[in-house]
Design a protein around this ligand. Sequence first.
Ligand code: V0D
Length: 264
Amino acid sequence: MLEKLMRRKTAETNVSLPEQIALVKSRKIPAHVAIIMDGNGRWAKKRNLPRIAGHHEGMKTVRKITRVANDLGIKVLTLYAFSTENWKRPKMEIDFLMKLPGEFLSTYLPELIEQNVKVEMIGNFNVLPDHTKKAIQRAMEATASNDGMTLNFAMNYGSRLELIECVKEIANQAANGEIDVSDIDESFIDSHLMTAHLPEPDLLIRTSGEVRLSNFMLWQLAYAEFSFTDVLWPDFDEQCMLNEIREFQSRSRRFGNVERDGDV
Ligand code: V0D
């Protein structure tokens, strides 16, 4: 049995990436994949490099995974790039991180445009450094009319803060008599979140072995499949992503999507 499994695994890895992509595309593709890109610091530590070297390498993975996600026909890829808790890190590391959007976009914006990718952001934009805001703003404007995959960066994002803002806004509307309390249902709350215009994630991936949600899309992930992998984000490649999507597809086949109809 083990031998048979191992043989199958070897055979699969002998199939070229484009062939695997074609095979995966012939089955149900998740519309929205969200990823917690963890393990950049650990990747650097293993190589006796500074943490920022790991962050920089992680940026190259963002490029790789964006490309393969787009090739697969995924509609939305949300990447957790910076959390509201990340401000607690050393200033030097924060300063470096805040330069990454600018560097990423000055290198890769042309190919994002060529791939018809639309850049968006969720999170509290206002408190980011000016140069970071400018880079992201420019990319969002340059890709606003693209109708391919949405590459959605969660930057300075925290789910509880998002929910607090949502509740405040709805409470204000109720206090002003704009809505009735009875108007507040699931879709009403959906429409007041930063992800209002996006489908909810079908799949959450977290790299680097931590099995936590870390304040990421608490409401939106209610029905998502979760996958936790030990691979560190800088080592996460096209093959890893394909394996994740294939696992998602085999779970969908085994269980069907009956949860919301009351089976579980
Ligand atoms: C570091 C691994 C791309 C996670 C990936 C400031 C940690 C590399 C962006 C990016 C980060 C963000 C917005 C945008 C374009 C690119 C990014 C941060 C960190 C947080 F419009 N990589 N990246 N942003 N890292």
